[in-house]
Design a protein around this ligand. Structure first.
Ligand code: HH2
Length: 264
């Protein structure tokens, strides 16, 4: 999943794709590099200093990009939003998936919309909102608590009419999590995969990767690739990344090793 942040303030690429023409160009570049899906977002959820924006602003940012991509992109589009009105505009413009970092809990109109449109949905774990989630980074057993929350959100989605086959779960690395929490979740991905849904992991350039692998750009990309390879080896279905070319290489390598089945 290639990230397309149409925002002025995203933590790693804020402002780079704020211009719709530049955003379209980047979506096409990511597709050419091997992205299987493009995730478009008009609001930053960065761990420190994210500013919540109105639905009108989000729409103003993403709608021109969606319009220009129509008929030009061969891979599906996901809309990264917590707001039903934004998701509706994106689905009307051809998006096939809603990536909701609040797991359908921020907006009561989101679950009925996703159920009605029969689109795919990503349910991510977090606590609090984009502006204050780091206040809630306290756990007794982070893996069990995230696992229980994701299972509960999947049940809530199903109760609202969403087909189980359209649900993807995401542990929400870096969201209401200290680096040690994100690392613990990565070490338990095989367990999360047993929840019975495809798992998405978004580690790309995040703070815990930076503090563990190194902050300079090359180290950050290598460390991100290492996380992506480990995630695929553990059985996750999808990784959300900024540098698609590097991720494709890491994912291909991990998948080849995984499927070699010990040479038998
Ligand atoms: N991470 C970010 C945003 N959306 N969605 C899912 N499902 N999983 C994630 O890990 C995830 C996400 C944050 O990264 P980014 O989009 O690069 O930054 P920003 O939120 O500052 O735009």
């Amino acid at each position: 999943m290639g990230v397309l942040n149409v925002t002025p303030d995203s933590f790693s690429d804020g402002g780079r794709y704020f211009d719709p023409d530049r955003a379209v160009e980047h979506a096409l570049e990511m597709q050419a590099a091997g992205a299987a899906i493009i995730d478009i977002g008009g609001e930053s959820t960065r761990p420190h200093g994210a500013r919540e924006v109105t639905a009108a602003i989000e729409i103003e940012r993403v709608a021109p990009v969606l319009k220009r991509l129509r008929g030009r992109l061969g891979v599906p589009i996901s809309i990264d939003t917590r707001k039903a009105v934004v998701a509706r505009v994106a689905l009307d413009a051809g998006a096939a998936m809603v990536n909701d970092v609040s797991a359908l809990s921020a907006d009561p109109a989101m679950a009925p919309l996703v159920a009605d449109r029969k689109c795919a949905v990503v349910l991510m774990h977090m606590r609090g909102g984009p502006a204050d989630h780091m206040k809630f980074a306290r756990y007794r057993d982070v893996v069990s608590e995230v696992e229980a929350h994701l299972a509960a959100r999947a049940r809530a989605a199903i109760n609202a009419g969403v087909a189980p086959s359209r649900i993807v779960l995401d542990p929400g690395l870096g969201f209401a999590k200290q680096p040690r929490h994100s690392l613990a979740l990565l070490s338990a991905l095989m367990r999360l995969c047993t929840l019975g849904y495809p798992i998405l992991v978004g580690a790309s350039r995040k703070g815990f990767v930076r503090v563990t692998g190194g902050a300079d750009p090359a180290a950050l990309e290598s460390a991100t690739a290492a996380v992506n390879a480990i995630a695929i080896a553990a059985g996750v279905a999808m990784v959300r990344v900024h540098d698609v070319g590097l991720a494709v290489a890491a994912v291909k390598m991990a998948a080849a090793i995984k499927s070699s089945n010990g040479g038998r």
